[in-house]
Structures are given as structure tokens and as C-alpha cells.
Design a protein around this ligand. Structure first.
Ligand code: MLT
Length: 426
């Protein structure tokens, strides 16, 4: 017997695993590998199995290591304890987030620029990127910086808005890859970019660490306006900006409210990678071609697919925005920025071409002529250090690796010694 068919289903042939009648979303078949960071974790595990006695240092995924500052963690502990009392208990909250938190975010990050009811509190910028895809739907075109945070490309592929992977271009047909490299100051030559519906843009950039200037962002906003595009602006590293010409939000740019929404998060500011608390800003002035406010549809998505961020996480976010919490949070950021400066200097002193690490926790190191997965493997083998291969962020990342500053100081110092021992004389 090779399996049995009835009117509604075919049972699997006995020699194969059981299947359902449900056809796989064929877009998953277009993806080239697993999501970048689990793939790196898999290689790390293999390395651990090979060298059980070696202490592996991770400068790979940008995952925070430092404890959440006490003012903030105390506020969350209090909120959690309150849930165990009749007076402190609360169930569902507003899907858009606590009104006082929306006010506090508007005041802290967008003073005079955005209103509280344009802020949607969520469980993180990555999750919002997925929900935005759902809102925009399949039938639209997309441009991304190349290299870029892989979530923008992978969610676009999964959604079905692209063609197949094209081995020749090392990208997906139907996505415009806006090359950002040292030659163009990591800002795309917009005169070469065809109009698209959406433009994903991250500044300070993950992975290159480059921060767009005010003038560059004005160019981007003008470009979007000319083409009728919407910019999805990822500002998740904005508080790492230290140079004066590094806008902390796209809304510092005149006209941005008509062409841009912005995502952000406390993950890299207050160590909330596990706590989960982010937000998306959707200005009233941002409209679809038929005049519908984008905010109306994003509100529909949030009320339909999301039940509001965790009340404990929101209490933590509110504490981040009180004066004491804010200053403790900025200390955490300073700590990671010092790590970035140490790593940046190490690679510069060894003669590498180094970018980022000033307005960003990421240091982007050039290995010209080499495949970045080979460099990744070489560093892992010789230094027992996990980095992130540049090509994992897109074809424009080939020949680079990214070193993340999210690590303990002890590990950064140890990593520096190992890098110097292996690459110092090369
Ligand atoms: C990264 O390493 O690029 C980030 O940790 C990814 C993320 O924020 O999801």
C-alpha cells in the first residue's frame, strides 16, 4: 500500500513521515538558510563540542549582558509583586500601551515633534517589523540598505513580496538593495535607486555602525516624498549617537511625518532584550494613496494581533524615562560604547579598515578579498570568538565581519588579547 486517498485527504505512504494536506508557504523555500543568528548559534555549538575546554567569547548577536539598573528593575519587581494583590492586579491593558507611557515616550524621544497618540507600545522593534509587513500586505515593492538587519529582507520574502533568490546578485529578485559602503560614506546613491513603496532604513546602522547625517536624512525624506514611498525608519540605536550631526529620530527632519514611521526599543538601551518593550511611531500625517491614515490600519493590526505589552515591562519602561532611571540607562549605554571604542581601537591599531563603533555598538571590520563566512570561521577556530559574518546582512556585507560591543568588559579585554595574538602581526 502506498498510502490512501479519501475525498478530503491522502494518508501518507507508510515509508514516509506523516504529512497533512496543508501546502507549505512556498516563500520559506526561497530563504537561503536559517535566520542568521540561530545559524551562528548552531556553529557556535559545533565549535563548543569540538573544543569543550575552550572559553568561547560572543561578540556575535547583539545581546545585552549588563544587569538592568536597579531603579528600573525595582519598578518591575514592584509591578510584578503588585499583580499578586487585589489592589495591584490588572488584566488586559490598552493594546496601544499605557497612556502615561505613550506620553513619556513622546516627551523623552520626540519633544515637540510627536504626540502620545502617535506612539504604539509593543513587545519590540523586530516584532513590529513583522506586524508592519502584515499591515502593508503582499503587493508592494521594497528597498533596503545593503547590508542591513536581516529581518527586513526575510520578512519581506516570507510575506511573498519578492521573487526567488538570485545566486548571481546574491539577493532576492524584487528587492532593491541600496549599496552602502565606504565609498559612498555608507549612504546610498539615491539617484541609482528606483522608486519603491517601502524603504527600510536603519540609523545608526546595524550592522555597519554608520550614522546618517541630517543632510543625508533630508535627502532620504525628499526622495521618499518625490516617489510617494513610506520609510520604515529603525532608530533602535539612536541613543548611541554622540556626534552632533547624528539625528536621534527621523522626525528631526522637516517633512518626515508625511513619509516615515519609526520603530525603536528599550532592548539596547536598558538591557530589555529579554524583557521585551519597544514602540512604533505612526504620525497622523502619514497616509496611504487613498488618503487613509496609516495609523488607522496600524491601530487595527495592534488591536487584532496584539493584546498590549506586558504590564511589568511597561512599568520598567516608565522607570527608564524617569530622571533616575534615564541616567542609569544612559550609564549602561556608555558602558557598551566604551566596549565599542576598545574594539574599534584594537582593530585600527592592527591595521584593519574599521567603521562604526562611535555612534553605535557595532564595529564593522574589513577583510578585503575574503569571504566573510571564512573569516568568521577563522576567528572562531583561532580565537574562539563568535562574530557575525558581514554577508549575513546582505551581499554588500561581503568581506566584513561585525563585532558587537554587547559583552562584559572582562570578555572584551580577553577578546582583544586573543585578536592581537592572532592578527596583531598580520
Ligand atoms: C543583532 O545582533 O543584529 C541584533 O541583536 C538583532 C536584534 O536586535 O534582533
Amino acid at each position: 500500500r502506498r498510502g490512501e486517498c479519501t475525498a478530503v485527504r491522502c494518508a501518507a505512504a507508510p515509508e514516509t513521515a506523516a504529512t497533512t494536506r496543508v501546502k507549505r508557504n512556498e516563500n520559506f523555500g526561497k530563504l537561503q538558510a536559517g535566520y542568521l543568528f540561530p545559524e551562528i548559534a548552531r556553529r557556535r555549538r559545533e565549535h563548543e563540542a569540538k573544543y569543550p575546554d575552550k572559553q568561547i567569547i560572543s561578540l556575535g548577536i547583539g545581546d545585552t549582558t549588563e544587569p538592568i539598573p536597579s531603579f528600573i528593575s525595582d519598578a518591575m519587581a514592584k509591578a510584578a509583586a503588585g499583580l499578586g494583590t487585589r489592589e495591584g492586579y490588572s488584566g488586559y491593558g490598552a493594546e496601544q500601551g499605557r497612556p502615561d507611557l505613550r506620553e513619556a515616550i513622546a516627551k523623552a524621544f520626540y519633544p515637540g515633534l510627536r504626540k502620545a497618540d502617535e506612539i504604539f507600545v509593543s513587545d519590540g522593534a523586530k516584532c513590529d517589523a513583522g506586524r508592519l509587513q502584515m499591515m502593508f500586505g503582499v503587493d508592494r515593492t521594497v528597498a533596503v540598505q545593503d547590508p542591513s538587519y536581516p529581518v527586513y529582507v526575510d520578512t519581506t520574502v516570507i510575506q511573498g513580496s519578492t521573487g526567488n533568490y538570485n545566486p548571481a546578485s546574491e539577493g532576492f529578485d524584487g528587492i532593491e538593495y541600496m549599496l552602502c559602503n565606504a565609498d559612498n560614506g555608507f549612504f546610498p546613491d539615491l539617484s541609482k535607486v528606483p522608486p519603491t513603496d517601502l524603504i527600510f532604513f536603519c540609523s545608526p546602522n546595524n550592522p555597519t555602525g554608520a550614522a546618517a547625517t541630517r543632510q543625508q536624512l533630508q535627502e532620504l525624506v525628499d526622495f521618499a516624498k518625490r516617489n510617494g514611498s513610506i520609510i520604515v525608519y529603525d532608530a533602535a540605536y539612536a541613543l548611541y549617537c554622540e556626534e552632533p550631526d547624528c539625528p536621534k529620530t527621523i522626525y528631526e527632519i522637516p517633512g518626515a511625518d508625511e513619509v516615515a514611521l519609526e520603530v525603536n526599543s528599550f532592548s539596547k538601551y536598558a538591557g530589555f532584550t529579554g524583557v521585551r518593550l519597544g514602540w512604533t511611531v505612526v504620525p497622523d500625517a502619514l497616509r496611504f494613496s487613498d488618503g487613509t491614515p496609516v495609523k488607522t490600519d496600524f491601530n487595527r493590526i495592534m488591536t487584532t494581533c496584539f493584546n498590549g505589552a506586558s504590564s511589568i515591562a511597561q512599568a520598567g519602561a516608565l522607570a527608564c524615562l524617569e530622571p533616575e532611571g534615564y541616567s542609569q540607562m544612559m550609564n549602561v549605554i556608555s558602558f557598551y560604547k566604551e566596549n565599542a571604542a576598545i574594539l574599534r581601537k584594537t582593530f585600527i591599531d592592527m591595521g584593519f579598515s574599521v567603521y562604526g563603533g562611535i555612534n553605535s555598538p557595532y564595529v564593522w571590520v574589513g577583510f578585503p578579498g575574503q569571504k566573510s563566512w571564512d573569516v568568521f570561521a577563522d576567528i572562531l577556530e583561532k580565537c574562539h570568538i563568535v562574530t557575525t559574518p558581514g554577508s549575513g546582512f546582505g551581499p554588500g556585507g561581503e568581506g566584513f565581519v561585525r563585532a558587537s560591543a554587547f559583552s562584559t568588559r572582562e570578555n572584551v579585554n580577553e577578546a582583544v588579547s586573543r585578536f592581537q595574538a592572532v592578527f596583531g602581526s598580520s
